[in-house]
Write a protein that binds this ligand. Structure first.
Ligand code: ADP
Ligand code: MG
Length: 390
């Protein structure tokens, strides 16, 4: 059928034509934004889940929701080579820039920008913020040298300015697993201080299940500040809806057997659903139905696309030793895997292969669901690897 009208959208962060199965998170978030807007307490969300389940999409939807309530949304993505303070200052800068756009530099704006200057100076940040340069630093705020205090000072300045303008500010931080345990904890402690001021300021985040756990006081703060929904594959009915609803909008139906087959092949993982849906649509002769035979013909193309895109980019930067470790995991079938069994499959001891295991976790390819257990962060990765090493 007409590829131009193909509604399906495989791709990292690509908004799906129908966002199904996430109502609980969306509703909770909408309520939280509105509560913070009127000075009530509310929990934000830290989403965790495997690759391709729809965390980024959901985070962006949070951003749109916040904007629909007049909030400013500033998104960012953590990387493994970024200085944490610098990325926080950058977020603050963007938020303040937007909040002050088109407004006269009244006292509150001057003060907030001055606090950003103090923060940048204290933390030796390149002051790329020309717009803040003309403002005098505000000593005594966000410049103590204790990062959690200083972040709190910065967040409070943002929250106060937002409140002054009857608005709010949402930071969304994706790929949170790249923050160290210390950075994550610092962020939480800073955020905790703001939450006590009842300001319209919120951070929502998403990361792989390898997200570090919170240490010390950050742990109890985190539980008060956040809900921790696990984003996962879609149950059969919703997985079918993810495909049938967008087709119906185009006047196209799926044969029930065709949907069942795709749900079966993809295990309901959103990324895979979009890829299979896309290929089945393109292969189908139509004009208004996608059949079981179309799905059978499309499956090989979809698997090929996933292999050369979604899966292969994950493998891209790994070393030979890391790949051997991945191959040993995959040789054992679907996960999770006992670390000891993986080592045995390689003819080595757990200690010998420990460094490879750790580096795979650091790269976000694997995670440890419990002590002594390891699994892939990418759904169905074992199949891909077996395929690829065969
Ligand atoms: N709730 C959903 N229903 C249907 N498709 C979805 C849903 N959430 C995400 N997708 C699709 O899944 C793919 C991966 O989404 P993404 O947000 O990048 O996942 P993640 O951030 O968890 O790796 C995208 O192609 C997106 O369109
Ligand atoms: Mg993502």
């Amino acid at each position: 059928m007409d590829p131009v009208r193909n509604p399906y959208s495989p791709g990292a962060g690509s908004p799906p034509p129908a966002l199904v199965g996430r109502d609980a998170q969306l509703d909770a978030f909408d309520i939280a934004v509105q509560r913070l807007g009127i000075g009530r307490s509310a929990k934000s969300q830290l989403l965790t889940g495997l690759r391709g389940v729809g965390k980024t999409v959901l985070l962006r939807e949070f951003g749109r929701m916040a904007e629909s309530h007049g909030w400013t949304h500033v998104p960012t993505e953590a990387t493994d080579d970024q200085r944490f303070v610098e990325s926080m200052a950058m977020l603050a800068r963007k938020a303040l820039l937007r909040l002050s756009a088109g407004r006269r530099a009244v006292d509150r704006v001057r003060r907030a920008l001055g606090i950003l200057r103090s923060f940048s100076a204290r933390w030796n940040l390149p002051d790329g913020s020309e717009f803040a340069l003309g403002f005098d630093p505000v000593p005594g705020f966000a410049d103590s040298g204790a990062l959690d205090d200083d972040l709190a000072g910065l967040f409070i300045a943002i929250g106060e300015l937002a409140q002054d303008h009857d608005a709010g500010v949402l930071f969304t931080i994706d790929e949170l697993q790249y923050l160290s345990q210390r950075e994550l904890s610092t962020l939480i402690v800073g955020l905790h201080r703001v939450s006590q001021e009842q300001l319209p300021f919120m951070i929502a985040g998403a990361g792989l299940p390898s997200l570090p756990s919170f240490a010390g006081e950050a742990r109890s703060y985190a539980e008060r500040l956040f809900a921790f929904p696990v984003i996962d594959s879609l149950p059969a009915e919703e997985a079918s809806e993810a495909l049938s609803v967008p087709a119906a909008d185009e006047g196209v139906t799926w044969q029930p057997g065709a949907l069942e087959r795709i749900v079966d092949l993809t295990d309901g993982y959103p990324y895979f659903l979009q890829e299979f849906g896309k290929q089945a649509w393109n292969i189908a002769a139509g004009p208004d139905c996608i059949t079981t035979a179309d799905v059978a013909a499309a499956a090989a193309v979809a698997v090929d696309e996933l292999d050369s895109g979604f899966f292969r980019v994950r493998i891209g930067r790994t070393t030979d030793a890391e790949r051997s470790y991945l191959a040993a995991m995959a040789s054992l079938g679907p996960g999770p895997y006992g670390s000891g069994k993986v080592a045995t499959a390689m003819g080595k001891t757990t200690t010998q292969v420990g460094p490879h295991r750790d580096s795979l976790i650091k790269r976000g390819l694997c995670y440890s669901p419990r002590h002594g257990i390891i699994d892939f962060t990418v759904p169905m990765f074992d199949q891909f690897i077996r395929h690829w090493t065969a």
